[in-house]
Design a protein around this ligand. Structure first.
Ligand code: B12
Length: 505
């Protein structure tokens, strides 16, 4: 069987970084790790090709080559997934869909011959059957497999130069029980950890393919199993040291990481340089109601500073639209972010994801909305408690304020003031990226003053921080433009829509 893997296209979003990538000749920030992992579990004699639609278009010749087309993506990629499936079916190919969207919302893929839900590890026979014969339309997940059954992803299938970062996964699952999170529903509350030898073999594979630079550990909570992580980090550090520190890592973790100085030090020593935290809100009331009590174990301002001083830049997610939120809560978000050394602060509207405790509660309360509403980040997909027009208007103002260029660069400088001077290496390709950024942001860009001022401040602290400053300016360019050109105008339309609805009822 000739297998064509297709990673569906993303719309322009905060996380897509499209405005930054275009400046440095890259196509996407991260590769489709799910697809290349799944590919390693296909029969080895089957030829496989991969097209990431965020990197290259799908040509008719690709479809003509394949016997079966396997499509993957998140719910946000669903429009592109349906488009691909229609093309594949029109050329008479069997279509199998899998990955996050198929797993959480199989009913939305009536257009696929087979919807393969859940993880593939240990299910190689089922997967082969599904592709060859397609006996059952929806293949439901079985027990959650131990990660020792996973295989080294087929990184060789990727056009690696098109990405700014590569990705690996050390664990799946998270021990906490936040009401809005679907991770615990999909991957469970007992974090499963990969054997160290397997994870290091994955890094070996990337290294042998010539990858140098950033690698994202896509774990739901990197410290979900602290004991295991504590034994893994020294091995990772030794791996890096033996190869002359070829990689820099970033990951996601719960905020109580800041209460674990040894783990933090271990991460920094192994080459982690930043971490994404779900801070969500400064409102204790909202955190208690959402059962995110781990965030009450340490003041978030304190946690961010501890991590930044240790050498981990904090990226963080924030949520507005909790049932307890009112205008005061939006002000609290602003006050918190005013002083925060968090350049990448991602503020989103609360969304009820299918299968979560939040979804079930809102369903019982009759507050879930029909499909289609709330799927493009501009309205909640449920009836909020706060007056909706005021919530959306407050959210749009918060974003406008947060990603005003002077605010963004002020947060970068706040981080710079805390960060220690750590090992930084100029990477293959780094000089070219730097020069492109200097030209496009520093000479031609609309925010030249902010760019040079951050670069100068960074170099004054240490010349080794120059590449960090360039990276922040690039990311900022996307965040500022996405906010002003895409999200806020759409939010304004959403506010008008809500007001019109209110008038007509
Ligand atoms: C890395 C990541 C990202 C990266 C994207 C990387 C990329 N290029 O795909 C970034 C940071 C950009 C990102 C962004 C977002 N993400 Co994200 N992300 C993840 C994360 C943390 C890891 C994904 C991963 O690589 N997993 C590792 C692989 C090995 O696992 P896997 O994908 O599940 O694949 C396994 C199976 O599903 C299966 N499989 C996978 N594909 C296929 C295909 C076929 C045909 C088959 C048969 C099987 C199969 O095989 C694999 C091995 O078992 C997940 C959480 C998670 N734990 O998965 C969230 C997750 C996928 N993201 C999610 C969301 C919501 C988002 C955002 C929309 C958030 C936002 N509000 O903006 C954005 C949108 C993306 C964008 N660009 O705009 C949701 C998706 C929910 C859903 N049902 O669709 C998840 C599950 C997190 C969550 N809390 O719910 N994300």
């Amino acid at each position: 069987m000739k297998i064509l893997l297709i990673h569906a296209a993303f719309p322009v979003t905060y996380w897509g970084f499209q405005h930054a990538l275009a400046l440095i000749g890259k196509r996407a920030s991260l590769p489709p790790l799910g697809l290349v992992t799944m590919a390693a579990h296909l029969p080895p004699e089957w030829p496989v090709r991969l097209i990431d639609l965020n990197v290259a278009p799908l040509r008719d010749a690709d479809l003509a080559w394949a016997d079966a087309v396997l499509v993957g993506g998140m719910r946000i990629q669903a429009p592109s997934m349906h488009e691909v499936m229609a093309r594949a079916k029109a050329s008479g190919k069997r279509v199998i869909v899998g990955g996050p969207a198929a797993t959480t919302s199989p009913e939305e893929f009536a257009d696929a011959e087979v919807v393969f839900c859940g993880e593939v590890e240990g299910r190689e026979e089922e997967l082969r059957e599904a592709i060859q014969h397609g006996h059952s339309r929806v293949v439901l997940p079985g027990a959650r497999p131990p990660l020792g059954q996973s295989r080294v992803p087929r990184f060789d299938l990727l056009d690696r130069n098109a990405y700014t970062s590569m990705a690996v996964q050390y664990s799946r699952g998270c021990p906490f029980r936040c009401e809005f999170c679907d991770i615990i529903e999909i991957f469970g509350r007992v974090p499963r950890v990969k054997p160290t030898a397997l994870l290091l073999a994955e890094l070996d594979a990337l290294h042998e393919l010539g990858w140098r630079g950033t690698v994202f550990f896509v774990d739901d909570n990197f410290i979900g199993n602290r004991r295991q992580v504590a034994t893994f980090l020294p091995e990772l550090q030794a791996w890096q040291a033996a190869r002359g520190w070829p990689l820099e890592f970033y990951t996601e973790a719960s905020i109580d990481l800041a209460l674990e100085p040894e783990l933090v030090a271990g991460m920094v020593q192994a080459g982690f340089r930043s971490v994404f935290l779900g801070i969500e809100t400064a409102s204790t009331e909202a955190l208690l109601a959402a059962q995110k009590t781990q965030n009450l174990r340490i003041a978030p301002q304190e946690a961010v500073k501890i991590l930044a001083r240790a050498g981990l830049e904090v990226m963080a997610g924030f949520i507005v639209g909790f049932d307890t939120d009112d205008e005061k809560a939006l002000d609290m978000q602003r006050q918190f972010l005013e002083a925060a050394p968090i350049p990448l602060a991602m503020v989103g509207l609360l969304t009820a994801l299918p299968g979560t405790a939040l979804w079930r509660r809102l369903q019982t309360e009759g507050r879930l909305r029909a499909r289609g509403i709330g799927e493009n980040f501009t309205r909640p997909n449920f009836v909020p408690r706060m007056d909706e027009a005021r919530l959306l208007d407050g959210y749009a103002r918060l974003l406008t304020w947060l990603y005003a260029p002077e605010r963004y660069f002020a947060r970068c400088r706040a981080h710079l003031a805390l960060t220690p001077i750590l090992r930084q290496r100029v990477r293959k390709g780094g000089v070219k990226t730097g020069l492109l950024a200097l030209w496009r942001l520093g000479i031609l860009g609309p925010r030249r003053r902010e760019f040079w001022s951050l670069l100068a401040a960074a170099v004054r602290r240490s010349p080794s921080l120059a590449s960090w400053a360039v990276e922040k300016a690039l990311q900022g360019e996307h965040l500022v433009r996405y906010t002003a050109e895409h999200l806020v105008p759409r939010m304004r339309e959403a506010v008008a829509e809500v007001r019109a609805e209110a008038r007509s009822t």
